[in-house]
Design a protein around this ligand. Sequence first.
Ligand code: HEM
Length: 349
Amino acid sequence: MSEQPTNPAITWISEGGYWLVEDPELGRQVLTDDRFSSNTLQPSFNMFVSGRVKEECAFLLDILSRWFVDQDPPEHTAERRLCQPHFSRIKLDSLAPKIRETVIGVLDQLPGNPDAVTDIAKPISARVIGLALGLADVDAAVLHRWSDDIARFVSAVYRPDYAFAAQRSVKEMASYLRDHISAQADSGEATVYQGSDANRSLAAHTMMLFGGLETSARLLGQLIWAVTASEHKGNPDIDEVIDSVIRRFPPIRFVTRTPTCDAELHGGTVRKGELVLVSLTGSADRSSPALAFGIGRHFCLGMTLTMLEARIFLEEFLPRYPQATLDTECITTSENQLYSGFERLPLRL
Ligand code: HEM
């Protein structure tokens, strides 16, 4: 049993069997401390997933455990380096006109009383990550069904029904991406990432597609709420709205780490192998950096893309719908413990 640190910046959650770090300064410390490993998926599987489910969901567990977000150096460094150039500022600036076209296309086709999640946030996020990964004609509803199934599983790995649904979706996603990777290879186009190991390349693609879908859809929903129902309603400064939403309502609520040796932290000891959840929710205070995109070697690869998408979206949405309001009685929020945001957000334009 670990010693409870005297400082409330880190708390032992006995029902869950993990440490919770809510203090942003301590969070930054943990995320940049080399003693803390990102490889928490496999230990979580071992802790929560039964032998039968592990056997029947071997494909799912194999793909997820190859995601480099869950790896440490040197594997992480090599994998990340292969993907990095495809999210560079120069590459994304060249995508900006297409992102704007995409946003305008979605807004042009809105029904009379749209739901901001299903009619705006999901189609835009799917088409934008499709542009970044070179996927043509994406079906937003299908992509988001896959990503929702994966999100449900990764946030509550102990549920066998979630594991089976996630495996079904990862298989469909993998088959879709495999076709896409080989079509690109046949046409001589550069793929986002084609490592020497086909399974790794597939895993990296599933991670980027999932990472791009789930998070940016939740951010767009949150932004629509902010400019129609919060203190930002009216004629807001776009950078301020995005910054405030990212800080106070990060789409990913927390990330996990585990120390590779007993680690002193704020007057207590976190034992080797124990799970640490670092909260990414910050304050509105802009004097310290936001944690929403992580920090350190796993800093989000898609941040520049997401910020560009968010900015273009608000530039198009705000002047077009200055009177937009929300049907606040029909709003529903995410029950997912890991991903925040809205499930339903009915708009009156
Ligand atoms: C609102 C949007 C987004 C948020 C809030 C977000 C958040 C994060 C966070 C917190 C991490 C760090 C995870 C950790 O430290 O364990 C991360 C990593 C990552 N994100 Fe994002 N993300 C967003 C959008 C995207 C998009 C659009 C992509 C597109 C590909 C993406 C791809 C990745 C990848 C590949 C990593 C792993 C980086 C690594 O392990 O080196 N993210 N993201």
